[in-house]
Write a protein that binds this ligand. Structure first.
Ligand code: ARG
Length: 269
């Protein structure tokens, strides 16, 4: 995670961002701390990377890349506004003993924002940020073919804004954010898909963090919370409004260091 020391809306690269809608710094810090403490209390070990003053979106660490065991595969950000983050994240992973393996430039792809681990399989969203052809190389590095999912709604521009794999065949998803083919692929891969309403999807219900059997998500998603509890999950709601201003919520603020550990040893650079 990355404490939002320099989190601001300096530019507009998705439909949620408006420069006029400035971040309330104090509130953002409190909300970020709330998420951090929630995860820590659930037993999640959190490492921190420092935000650069010139990288206002860097607090959304999910986009840094993906971690496959001892390897870090850094993102190639689509927008120049976020490209300065790449070197900072790479430096952190190098300093922590990871091997860096890059996806061929100039294909854009945005890390765990678009490539999520399922059970023995990876899911990859593309169109708005990640390019389809970048995924060929992501697949090579993972050593397995990801399930490719085409996104349709610019509000849900990253896969982690409209899909949350939760283990045991469960996943939260917002159906209209996917093409018909993508919905069919999801139905094939999950036995217990939970469709989220437009209201809750727009509160980033799908941008949830899973810690054990506990799902951590933004406040204001009452229906999703109720259904998750029916499915046996423990749910913790924590306010993320300040981060919605940049088009993100809980999951965007977290990069899972053990996401693809089970894929280790399979890919080749
Ligand atoms: N403002 C950031 C962007 O548009 C938000 C990133 C949200 N991250 C995510 N994993 N969905 O790039």
């Amino acid at each position: 995670m990355c404490e939002p020391a320099h989190y601001r809306i300096d530019y507009e690269i998705n439909p949620w961002m408006r420069r006029a809608n400035a971040v309330q710094t104090e509130r953002a810090n409190e909300q970020w701390r709330g998420l951090y403490e929630t995860l820590a209390a659930l037993g999640v070990e959190v490492d921190l990377v420092e935000q650069g003053a010139d990288t206002p979106d860097m607090t959304f660490t999910a986009n840094a890349g993906i971690v496959v065991g001892e390897r870090f595969i850094p993102a190639n950000f689509r927008f120049p506004e976020r490209q300065l983050e790449e070197a900072r994240f790479i430096r952190w992973f190098e300093a922590h003993g990871y091997r860096i393996e890059t996806v061929h430039e100039p294909h854009y792809w945005e890390g765990e924002g678009d490539v999520l681990p399922g059970e023995g399989v990876g899911f990859a969203g593309y169109r708005f940020r990640t390019e389809f052809r970048a995924l060929d190389h992501v697949d090579e590095l993972l050593g397995r073919e990801t399930v490719r999912l085409e996104l349709t709604d610019p509000r849900f521009y990253h896969l982690d804004t409209c899909l949350a794999p939760l283990g045991g065949g469960h996943a939260l998803f917002y159906p209209p954010a996917f093409t018909e083919a993508a919905r069919a692929a999801l139905a094939e891969n999950f036995s217990a898909l939970i469709a989220v309403s437009e209201h809750d999807a727009a509160r980033f219900a799908c941008n949830a963090v899973l810690a054990g059997q506990t799902v951590v998500l933004n406040t204001g998603c009452a229906e999703t919370v109720r259904v998750l509890r029916e499915h046996g999950f423990v749910v913790v709601e924590t306010p993320m409004d300040e981060f919605m201003k940049a088009g993100g919520s809980a999951k965007c603020l977290v990069l899972m260091l053990d996401a693809f550990t089970e894929f280790e040893g399979q890919g080749r650079p």
